[in-house]
Design a protein. Sequence first.
Length: 94
Amino acid sequence: MNKPILVYSGHSYHRVTGSTAFLLELLARHYHLSVIWDEAWKPSGAPLKARDINALNPDVVLFFQTLPKRRELRKIRCNNLVLVPMHDHVVHKS
């Protein structure tokens, strides 16, 4: 049986801390997992682009902590979007 494709987009600093490794391991049990690290928080980091996600043709897209701009969300061709906001990210957007 083929696993559905899940694109996970998360804050790139979590690679250093390993704080979401458990979540990625859990997701990988049930999905073919593609990880896109969001580096928009860095001075030289580029914002996440819908075309990068669409190129992977996902069944599910999960955004963890860092959320893309609304205009980019609208461009994603997947209907199953999961948003997991964090207070420390969203509070600075108001």
